[in-house]
Design a binder for this molecule. Sequence first.
Ligand code: PLP
Length: 418
Amino acid sequence: MAIRISDIAAEEALLDVEAIRADFPILDLVRNGNPLVYLDNGATSQTPRCVMDAIEHYYAARNANVHRGVHYLSQAATHDFEEARKKAGRFIGTPLACEVIFTRGTTEAINLVAQSYGRTHVGAGDEVLISYMEHHSNIVPWQMLCEEKGAHLKVIPINDAGELDMDAFERLLNERTKIVAVTHVSNALGTITPIKEIIRIAHSAGVPVLLDGAQAIPHMPINVYELGCDFYAFSAHKMYGPTGMGVLYGKARLLDAMPPWQGGGDMIMSVTFEKTTYNTLPYKFEAGTPNIEGAIALGAAVDYLERLGMNAIAAHEHQLLTYATRALQEVPGLTIIGTAKEKAAVISFVLESAHPHDIGQLLDDAGIAVRAGHHCAQPVMQRFGIPATTRASLALYNTREEIDALVAALHNVNKVFG
Ligand code: PLP
């Protein structure tokens, strides 16, 4: 569903944040005598006890390889692994397990599409269209493909607020464009891109659309069928699940026609030295022993998020974003980078008095974890003429008191460096 977060933000925030915080043991940590304030959720989110329990249960009661054994453990592990696939599919709105490919994360999912779909469909002189606000994961795989094929990477510009220039997008789209690959939410700016509009325009030109959902997946309900996107990539560790685990959603029709990109066990039907025939979806794209506990833990994260409700999460985070934006604007010398009308709970900023790395260090001394740097989005930094930003990225367990602590620590940065 292409929700506008501001539309659902009017809903009463239904989250019992205090109870939720008790689900995350790490939030009890104390740093330099201060309670941990974790505001680096865009890099990776923290893990609730139920996800840790799922991993432990797998090793304590299920540990075996999947799809191979006739014995009990292998069958039980296979059952839980495939249930997790169904849960991941349900979470993004597809009832078809064959459309859910398990990957190492968003990065691998995008590489899969570039290497399989891209190498089949992109030739010399063709174009791949991305945007200025992409994470390096949604730039470099396409750049590599274009270099190999003699194709061209085209880039949709953004305005000073960090919004896509949709007129430029329409101008850039042409008969040579073979795929549009854009982010759903910018990790560096927080911008929610108008994906429904992007998909409508691209599809009217017959061009498929890949969405990088890494930063959208923890913040809002996603329904790939309602969106109509062709590919959707996301990582489990940004949605309270484990690292090294992710999903590529693809339309079955497209995935079916794509060649495999890695060869090995599980992705084959039969092998002789003369010829190999490939397995059906989704296994055709899952060579080798998969991240079994990662998939099962992703399923547990989905259960957790569904229990809380993605609308309630979005409403809570939107309230927090509004509160934080106002509070940060009161800090002398602070400029927010990324002021799009539609934003997820990510706030990048620069401070006149100090470099982002110094800010990050001083905040860390106060127990506050933020990100300082280019956020793997160097072209965004170039666009705004800055080397780096400090980024506070919020999650469902963050509170107004934590924002207050951030603001107080930034006043202190001004005192130290001012
Ligand atoms: N895309 C975006 C927008 C991201 O923010 C990130 C990670 O920060 C990625 C892709 C890459 O995700 P991963 O490292 O989990 O593959």
